[in-house]
Design a binder for this molecule. Structure first.
Ligand code: DQA
Length: 146
């Protein structure tokens, strides 16, 4: 069974309470439950990880090859716009990675318009709320089945 690593970056543990006007009412547990359902229906297993710490995210990406991860679905949250370390980790492991965002980062403040990570990803899904994760995982499933 193909194993996909799902990474949720900083403050995404607060989904459902955090800035509901931007991120909606869906909690992280609910997002994880719908991802798990889609994964199961497609014979894929998920390893789900949330961290507020840049180094922990770098570490888990660095171990992905050894852990037999075939693709990564990641919402790097605020680290999208700041983290050369996470970008380098993605570039180093050469595992197809899809970046997702709940909000449309290009329709928000200018500092969110740049993703340091997207250029080393297979692609990016942004602006569809929790559905961004579903679309991102579906894209990964299609890639793995190719
Ligand atoms: C986010 C967008 C980022 O700019 C922000 O820092 C987040 C969430 C999103 O999913 O829309 O924490 O990644």
């Amino acid at each position: 069974m193909n194993k996909v690593l799902v990474i949720h970056g900083p403050n995404l543990n607060l989904l459902g309470q955090r800035e509901q006007n931007v991120y909606g009412k869906t909690t992280l547990d609910e997002i994880n439950a719908s991802l798990t359902k889609l994964a199961q229906a497609n014979n894929v297993s998920l390893e789900i990880f949330q961290s507020n710490h840049e180094g922990e995210i770098v570490d888990i990406i660095g171990k992905a090859k050894t852990n037999n991860i075939k693709a990564i679905l990641m919402n790097p949250a605020a680290y999208t716009h700041t983290s050369i370390a996470i970008r380098d980790a993605v570039a180093a492991n050469n595992i197809p990675t899809v970046e997702v965002h709940l909000s449309n980062i290009f329709a928000r403040e200018e500092f969110r318009h740049t993703s340091l990570i997207a250029p080393v990803c297979h692609g990016q899904v942004t602006g569809f709320g929790p559905n961004s994760y579903i679309l991102g995982l579906q894209a990964i499933i299609n890639l793995l089945n190719k």
